[in-house]
Ligand binder design. Sequence first.
Ligand code: GDG
Length: 504
Amino acid sequence: MTIPGKSKMIVVSNRLPIVLRKDGGQLRMQKGSGGLVTALSPILKNRGGLWIGWTGMTEKLPIQEIKKILDPFSRESGFRLLPVFLSEQDRDLFYYGLSNEVIWPLFHDLQTRCRFDPSYWETYLEVNRKYSRTLVRHAEKEDFVWVHDYHLIPLATELSRMGFQGKCSFFLHIPFPSPDIFVKFPWRTQLLQALLHYHFIGFQTLRDRKNFTDCVRIFFPETRIEGRSPIIRIRTQSGENLAGNLPISVDASEFIRISRTEEVARKTEEIRKSFGNKNLIFSVDRLDYTKGIPEKLKGFRFALMKYPHLRGTITLVQLLIPSRENVPAYMALKEEIDRLVGEINGEFTTGSWVPIVYRYQSMDRPELVAHYRAADIGLITPLKDGMNLVAKEYVLSQADNRGVLVLSEFAGSAAQLGESCLLVNPYSASEVAEAIVRALAMPPREKKRRLENMKRTLKRHDVFWWVRNFIRASSGLDLEDFPESGLSPLLTPRRGAPFKSFPR
Ligand code: GDG
């Protein structure tokens, strides 16, 4: 049980909030900048916090070399990083395999993309045991253990098998599918049982939580559900759990602040000028088939075909962030996007206008925010998405109240923003095209009213709201109940020194 003033916070995620890589024979560390790192760092800081995860490398490295890199990070950030070591086989079967070739596509309703290889499941469990072994050496019964995402669903089961008596909480960042999709998962009962090993199970939206309880009812018909949204109690024959829908978000005030800086204002002007002050559509997506990038390009092409007055007056700037580049499905997607961009530009480009400007690279945050601010339309059309933070960032960066958010109805963020943005079915090229036309014709007062509504929601429910509410709902504790202290003792050897050797 968590105890005010005594519990420390332990976060477990597939990856650490840093990436290690070898650069010219030298080991280098790159800090993560994602939403989870931003949200959790202040909570872990100076509260004896621990973060457990994989370094992203499969190479065996001497512990002294890793410590040399991780220790300064721990001192600076005020919390410890505990690395989990994965072999190439672990990476291939656990990370690329069960996590990303089965759960990821299936939970995004893309079952035909699944590769149900029977060898994946055992390694998935085995790697979860690796994470558990690292955790049990450092966790006390009263600690608050917060496990993140689909890679680590069996972690709580493995922990209790190893004798850990504390409670664990879990947050699923991706959608939970409806029963008719979920039943296709070959290890479906084991996966549900594993989720029910968590004291608290958090979902992004009410729809995800309902899909989960519908599945639990089908496989465990004696189940009783009590209470009402956002937190409910699930009673099964094996015990009791809490489940909740708590939408993740971003640091709203930070996006608002950055979008109003002089630097961003200047960059925004430069961007608009460089496109001859034409109307701009901006999209940012990680290279992933769930993000609906080819479908969006087809929607844009349809708009140019059906509404000739748009030609020469509008440019789509598509930023594509490299991701999982050596997975064949992602390589094929990249080729499809390259081909479509080439075809559309080939068909419509004139001497003074190119319809799509396509960048396959990352951007730093001020540059990204300037693009959000410069864009008349934020076009975000995932086929399915747990939340989609880009949609929220686009809204918060609208310092001039210029933009209109066009959002897929299948993004989790549509549950919060759906009333004020333009919702589209991403599979319908004509709906996407019509939303573009409608957004361009929208009167400034209406744009402002819609943006203000969305900003209000996002300021109220920012990422810090998410963290506080998750902790409160799952443990009854407030942030202030985690005592301020220094770093927890470094790699305290309990039940055998964990870092003497490198398990494979
Ligand atoms: C999973 C779920 C859920 C991207 N490129 C750059 C950059 N980014 C930042 C964005 C945004 C984040 O990455 C992407 O977040 P999403 O929510 O869109 O997507 P996933 O990576 O698929 O995340 C998703 C999320 O988990 C959280 O629970 O919302 O549904 O799939 O914050 O800004 N940031 C910068 N430069 C880039 O080039 N600075």
